[in-house]
Design a binder for this molecule. Structure first.
Ligand SMILES: [Zn+2]
Length: 428
């Protein structure tokens, strides 16, 4: 492949940043930003602010006051940094979430020490996604050093709460106009989809609560009551017999990974019926009652080929089918949360540019993937109305949220080079 001289220089310069990328990743891991509850958001913003200001960025720290999760004890601080040399051009934006999930058990190393061993950086958030954040920072800094008078602008944002919906993070910045297409043209989210894969979007999600109703009575005379649990059991049987097989056969043309997630799916997150569970300190027996309420929470992941309306209608239809054959069957469906599927056009400029950079750096055709679950692209797409967004970054998705999470240093360098070349292509 033909690579221009200035790009070769940039690739070589990034190759020499091994120590830099590795140290930055460790330092970010050493700021424990566990969510919940959302620790140290201000600290990680301060750390990045200091660094990015030194590299010539204009930096803003913005608190998402009053949003979901924000409190005096755990304030939600976001950072937006911009490098603009004053020449007209496009803006490329890198967005990373700073929160990590709870470390949990089963680690063989300290999850917040940022230990480097055998070419890997270990720690909670190493791959999801402090390694990606470090790669994007070093890519931007190295590019700026080589092209201080570039056209357009480079932005880096570091945002809160992606792991819990992103409402105080990307959603709140999008509401304030930070992802307005007039301000930002292209967004890369360095989530861990690996150095040679481009993630174009995600499946849709609908969470709902389904409640069946009954009538309470003495458990010794159940014929005097009406069991909401038995009604729910009929619902679950109907799901097992008709809905699950149907969903399993509904395959998407979206390249969802892992391949099992290419079908529509339904998970029953929880079930509860009858009396409340007794408190641990209670030593007595439960009282005999017919259950007058039973509730399940469903998590339906849907495909771009399905409409949210049809997805909801399918459940409604199933409930009506059960109602038709059961006397006194009463139910209620309550919406909890919904996100439409999203998939960025393969022909958009950001996809083509990153594809071209991957071909140059990894010497292979990139794979296109779709995430089974949603991530912050949903807010950039819906609230920001910005469609040129992809997820691209180092790290292996399957390691995310696991004990002994790590990110490969070679992979970070390759991703950093892909990001650097992509910046150069868009801004020069
Ligand atoms: Zn993530």
């Amino acid at each position: 492949m033909n690579v221009p001289k200035c790009s070769v220089e940039l690739i070589d310069a990034i190759q020499r940043q091994r120590e830099n990328i590795q140290t930055l990743t460790s330092e970010l891991i050493q700021i424990p930003t566990e969510n919940p509850p959302g620790n140290n958001y201000r600290e990680i913003c301060n750390f990045l602010e200091k660094r990015l200001k030194k590299s010539g960025f204009e930096v803003q720290l913005i608190r998402a006051q009053g949003t979901l999760g924000d409190s005096e004890k755990h304030p939600r601080w976001n950072l937006v940094a911009r490098h603009d040399a004053g020449k007209k051009g496009e803006c490329i934006h890198f967005n990373s979430h700073t929160d990590v999930v709870k470390a949990g058990h089963g680690w063989s190393v300290n999850p917040f020490a940022g230990i480097v061993r055998d070419g890997r950086v270990y720690g909670r958030g190493a791959c999801d996604m402090k390694g990606g954040l470090a790669a994007s920072v070093v890519a931007a800094e190295t590019f700026i050093k080589h092209n201080p008078n570039h056209r357009g602008a480079i932005e880096i944002s570091a945002t809160t709460d992606e792991e819990s919906g992103g409402f105080s993070g990307v959603a709140s910045l999008a509401k304030k106009g930070y992802f307005n297409p007039e301000r930002v043209n292209h967004v890369i989210i360095p989530e861990p989809f690996n150095k040679d894969r481009i993630c174009l979007g995600h499946r849709g999600v609908w969470w709902a609560e389904i409640e069946t109703k009954g009538r309470i009575a003495h458990g010794s005379m159940p014929f005097l009551g009406d069991s909401a649990i038995r009604h729910m059991s009929a619902v679950l049987t109907e799901m097992e017999e008709t809905l699950f097989p149907l969903l399993l056969n509904r395959k998407s043309n979206m390249p969802v990974v892992p391949v099992q997630a290419k079908t529509a799916s339904l998970n029953i997150n929880s079930i509860h019926g009858g009396e409340k569970e007794q408190l641990l300190e209670y030593t007595g027996l439960p009282a005999p009652c017919v259950a007058d309420r039973c509730k399940i929470t469903i998590d339906r992941r849907f495909l771009i080929e399905e409409s949210l309306q049809d997805v909801k209608h399918e459940i409604k239809f199933l409930m009506e089918k059960v109602k038709a054959v059961r006397s006194n069957f009463e139910y209620e469906i309550t919406d909890l949360f919904e996100v439409l599927p999203t998939m960025t056009d393969k022909n958009s400029k950001i996809v083509r540019v990153v594809e071209d950079s991957i071909k140059k750096i990894c010497e292979k055709q990139p794979e296109y993937v779709i995430s089974p679950g949603t991530y912050d692209q949903k807010h950039i797409d819906r609230i920001g109305q910005l469609k040129n967004c992809i997820a691209y970054g180092p790290g292996i998705l399957e390691l995310a949220h696991q004990p002994d999470e790590w990110v490969g240093i070679d992979d970070m360098i390759k991703s950093c080079q892909v990001m650097g070349l992509s910046i150069a292509e868009i801004l020069n």
